[in-house]
Design a protein around this ligand. Structure first.
Ligand SMILES: Cc1cc2nc3c(=O)[nH]c(=O)nc-3n(C[C@H](O)[C@H](O)[C@H](O)COP(=O)(O)OP(=O)(O)OC[C@H]3O[C@@H](n4cnc5c(N)ncnc54)[C@H](O)[C@@H]3O)c2cc1C
Length: 553
């Protein structure tokens, strides 16, 4: 197989030669640098690469060219190579075009000309983009392969586990992929034992549990020490930030998650409002960076591992785990966030994982090419999902009970939806029933305007209808509000049960719960802002409070 390609496009021969020279000097061992002197030539090259089965890792294109412009080259490259990273080359005066392209062509970065010295202004950007591309890319013939039935909940659970844990794999639908039967034959597996995971060395796991997969991939599942300074439960943005700060400030820090790092943010296809990422950043990319950073600084990370209980023993916290073991720590951070509320309509629960999905669209979106999907809910997460699904599905309907999205969704998403022809809003409507035989086939919609019910053919339903805190693993001594969100800091002072139980000669620290040394940060906390940045802020802050607590004990 040929090396993956870096494609450079510019109509200025001098600039083209200079980028080509710089890229070759640094990347020629692992990549092939290909150039095109016009938009038309670039698109022809992309078609050729696709026909040859070559991988395209990066496109760097000038914006202003006669004929097809840079924005279009970048947007069209995405149809053939959705994973390829896209960079626009602009003159300083053209920053407006770059910003427009961020929205229209889903640009990953823009580089101002000239980029000298390349060691400072070109290579760090390209290194970073190629690292993130490598994390998602899997060469055709190698790596981990999962063979199963598209509408099987077991297949969905393994896909979701692999994708959320950023483990690249290739999915082969036994009914649609002609290579699947031969692969099963070669692995000596019968088609009635699916799903099956086939590893690079040819070994297989049939219908595996996430823990078996993690163990087989050599991921640690037990704690290295007897006692920790800080144990963080939940590796969403709050937990990851606490792990980075805890480890970097010399605390013996352990982070664990029942499913995967990233939390709700990890399932976001594009976070547009996180500081420092003008082109937006996918949840999985932000997670990949955060996990690498936390581990590099020395945090221990165990996944999948569920916390099921907590008890206090002479100031030490004993965390009970789903596998029957226990971890002891001096302080604990509850950062278990929120999860999506289940849709109560008949037929929804039966089809969970078989056409009904909660919270995440990125795992299943690519296989929904040409199909009809419904997104239930009017918040930003529903809007982001609808936009992501629109890249693949033929028709995306957003179903909401209200009149419009105005009060529940950010304007930038409302605008994007209005500009996207295959996404439409079905207002004043509810999902009354989901029907199908082993997979979603139809949905009955009830109009709140006239009470009429209409049944339509639908292939998948994505549910985003509100959330509930994941705080049920905490003991009763950790005070919560009526909805189950954890009370912290001064909010506790209004709770009479807290005042009776609190024995310290001080008030609780700002993110401390009603149990001294047990902290809460992010969406699990009463009064949380429900944003990535605020969760990260609280996770970072908490480490300072942990130091203050430890200094008193
Ligand atoms: C699809 C989507 C898109 C979003 N887009 C944006 C956006 O663009 N901008 C923005 O600012 N915000 C966005 N948000 C909101 C943002 O993601 C959340 O506010 C943020 O993730 C909260 O972080 P957290 O760390 O508090 O909790 P969470 O992200 O909820 O993470 C909690 C973690 O705890 C783990 N866990 C739960 N229970 C246990 C247990 N018992 N044991 C072990 N682990 C456990 C979970 O598996 C999870 O990984 C979006 C949310 C969603 C769902």
């Amino acid at each position: 197989m040929n090396k993956p390609v870096l494609l450079v496009v510019d109509d200025d021969a001098q600039v083209l030669a200079a980028v080509r020279r710089d890229l070759r000097a640094r990347y020629r061992e692992s990549y092939m640098v290909v150039s095109a002197s016009s938009g038309e030539e670039a698109l022809a090259t992309i078609r050729e690469l696709k026909a040859r089965g070559d991988a395209l890792a990066l496109v760097i294109s000038d914006q202003r060219m006669p004929g097809i412009q840079g924005t279009e080259v970048l947007a069209r490259s995405r149809e053939a190579y959705p994973l390829a990273r896209r960079v626009m080359l602009t003159a300083y005066s053209d920053i407006d075009a770059a910003i427009k392209a961020i929205n229209e062509a889903h640009l990953d970065h823009y580089l101002s000309k000239p980029w000298d010295p390349p060691e400072e202004r070109l290579f760090p950007v390209v290194d970073d983009l190629l690292d993130s591309w490598q994390a998602e890319y899997l060469p055709e013939a190698s790596g981990l392969r999962l063979v199963g039935h598209q509408w099987s909940p077991q297949s969905h659970a393994i896909k979701d586990f692999l994708a959320s844990n950023l483990i690249p794999y290739r999915w082969l639908d036994i009914e649609r992929n002609p290579d699947a039967p031969a692969l099963l034959d070669a692995a000596g597996v019968r088609a009635d034992g699916l799903p099956v995971l086939i590893f690079e060395d040819g070994s297989v796991l049939r219908s595996p549990e996430p823990r078996e997969v993690a163990a087989r991939l050599g991921r640690p599942l037990s704690a290295a020490y007897d006692v920790y300074d800080l144990v963080i439960v939940g590796a969403g943005p709050a937990g990851l930030a606490a792990a980075v700060y805890g480890a970097s400030e010399g605390l013996r820090t352990l982070l664990l998650d029942r499913h995967a790092p990233g939390g709700q943010a990890g399932s976001s296809s594009r976070i547009e409002n996180y500081l420092g990422f003008p082109a937006g950043v996918s949840g999985s990319e932000l997670t990949r960076r955060a996990v690498t950073q936390a581990q590099r600084l020395g945090a221990e990370f165990l996944v999948p591992l569920e916390a099921i209980g907590l008890s206090i023993d002479a100031g030490y916290k004993r965390l009970a785990l789903g596998d029957g073991r226990e971890i002891i720590t001096r302080t604990l951070l509850a950062a278990t966030g929120m999860s999506y509320r289940e849709h109560p309509a008949p037929g929804v629960a039966e089809h969970a994982g078989a056409g009904v999905y909660y919270g995440s669209s990125s795992t299943e979106a690519p296989v929904l090419a040409g199909q009809r999907v419904v997104v239930v809910g009017g918040g930003n997460s529903a809007g982001q999902s609808a936009m992501y699904l629109s890249r693949y599905a033929k028709d995306v309907q957003i179903v909401v009970r209200s009149e419009s999205l105005r009060d529940t969704m950010s304007q930038y998403l409302i605008d994007q939806i209005a500009r996207t022809p295959n996404v439409r809003l079905r207002a004043r409507t509810e999902v009354e029933r989901v029907e199908g035989n082993g997979r979603v086939e139809r949905v009955a919609f009830r109009s709140n305007a006239d009470g009429a019910t209409k049944v339509e053919e639908v292939d998948a339903v994505f549910v985003f209808i509100g959330t509930r805190p994941r705080s049920d693993w905490l003991p009763a001594g950790v005070r919560r509000d009526a909805k189950g969100f954890v009370l912290t800091g001064r909010d506790l002072l209004a709770d009479p049960a807290h005042t009776k139980g609190w024995k310290e000669p001080r008030e609780p620290f700002s993110l401390e719960t009603s149990v001294p040394g047990v902290f809460a940060a992010g969406d699990i906390r009463a009064g949380a802002m429900n944003r990535v940045a605020s969760a990260v802020g609280e996770g970072s802050m908490v480490v300072r409070l942990v130091h203050d607590y430890l200094a008193l004990t």
